[in-house]
Design a binder for this molecule. Structure first.
Ligand code: GLN
Length: 245
């Protein structure tokens, strides 16, 4: 079996080491004997979504998002067909905002891909925090770090998780990220997947199911990853729960 991972615009959308997520997907495939090929796309490269199984859209500053948004118009239709066909996507922070209709900033509107029914508005102050969220379909919480000025509203869509600590999509909803078909959008930055191997495996399982009809992944020894995850949950969630008692 083989999965092909497309990394969109790593030269512009690469805040906080989003590349670590690519390495994590690649390694967790290889450890299971699944071949993984990564293709990086620069702004002027044509993207043939029919050859891709997972797409990563990373985070970027408002300036970089503005540059990317011009180019996205050209791939909007084929990206949408890929998503509607069940293609897997992991979009982080700036990339997450670009999945939606628009991101309104003080310097103007950044048009999005409208792949998911959501929109973002800039607010103040920036929402910067460690963050822990819970997705009820996953046994282990999802941990990470967020740093965004945008407040995202996901209309009727399902969030990636409920906020146990931190801000999430905006200060109001106590929801973080979005799940739409096999698309995951999230504000959790940088090494999201190494810190949360269960999220990585969800992406891989969805991609394998779509391509080969196989939805079981061989287990890996995640003792260290899960210990690190537990440490963060204990540090932020358990500590703030006990302060409330
Ligand atoms: N520029 C966006 C914001 O501030 C996204 C930033 C990011 O990717 N960290 O909301």
């Amino acid at each position: 079996m083989k999965l092909k991972i497309g990394h969109l615009y790593p030269d512009l959308l690469n805040l906080y080491g989003d590349r670590g997520n690519i390495q994590c997907m690649k390694k967790r495939c290889e450890w299971r004997g699944i071949e993984a090929e990564v293709q990086e796309f620069e702004l002027d490269d044509p993207v043939d979504f029919s050859t891709l199984d997972i797409v990563l859209l990373g985070g970027g500053s408002d300036r970089e998002q503005m540059l990317v948004c011009e180019k996205l118009r050209g791939i909007k239709k084929s990206f949408r067909d890929y998503v509607e066909d069940g293609g897997s996507v992991i979009a982080v922070c700036g990339g997450y905002q670009l999945l939606g209709h628009y991101y309104d900033t003080d310097d103007g509107r950044i048009e999005g891909l409208s792949l998911v029914d959501l929109y973002t508005e800039q607010g103040s102050p920036r929402l910067i925090s460690n963050i822990v969220i819970q997705n009820d379909a996953l046994k282990v919480p999802i941990v990470g770090f967020e740093n965004h000025g945008g407040r995202t509203y996901i209309n009727g869509n399902k969030p990636l998780g409920k906020v146990l600590y931190g801000y999430g999509n905006n200060e109001k909803d106590k929801a973080e990220g979005v799940l739409y078909k096999n698309v995951i959008g999230t504000y959790l930055h940088g090494p999201l997947l190494p810190k949360n191997p269960h999220v990585c495996d969800l992406l891989l399982a969805n991609a394998l199911e779509r391509k080969y009809g196989v939805n079981e992944l061989a287990p890996l020894d995640d003792t260290q990853e899960l210990e690190a995850n537990r440490y963060i949950v204990d540090r932020f969630v358990s500590a703030s729960d006990s302060r409330k008692d």
